[in-house]
Design a protein around this ligand. Sequence first.
Ligand SMILES: [Zn+2]
Length: 220
Amino acid sequence: MEKTHWKKIVSDPNFIGEGDFQEGEEKVLTIDRVVAAETVVTAEGKSQKAVVHWREPGNKPMILNVARSKNIEKVAGSGYFEDWPGVQVQLYIEHGIKAFGEVVSAVRVRPFKPRVKAAATVPTCTDCGGEIAPAMGKTAAWLAAYTTKHYRVPLCAACAKKRKETAQNVKSEAPAEDPTPAAAKEEREALPWETNPDPEDHKTGTWAPGGSDDPEEVVL
Ligand SMILES: [Zn+2]
């Protein structure tokens, strides 16, 4: 859910600040232009500041300070404002900066070219054609990867459960003496994600020997 930080409302509404970021958010923005001497009105009054404006609409401009400028220079490979338009930078909030006897948070520029995670595309469910939604504490991507590994096709949680139940019914209809011990054991098993801790927890948990949360490496 999109949340509204009080600082977004109460602090300077004209320039980008902590309140413009969701918790942990990193923004990748493209410099449109730098105004070397823009009149900025702060609590201390009017002053002239260098201000970065962005190409992406809806993002407040950013006042340049030494730290931000140094890191933009690293990303741009140039310290000249004229070379900055078109350069993409990655912004984040640094907490716990000590300044003038106070601990504050500030918008910082990452000193490297943006590293944006490619958005993981989650396939639709093979059985019902519907969206694979997060379920039982698992992300959609996790469920898609898990079901693809175990059922050969991506499935939503509901369809995975149906397949599991169907497989169990087939087994229980078989002659009593027929099931192997392994199959009998499988009948008693719940869906793996109902009984196993989240892959994120396995570093301190006991179930995942692989040391990775890659579903491909999780043997259940
Ligand atoms: Zn489905």
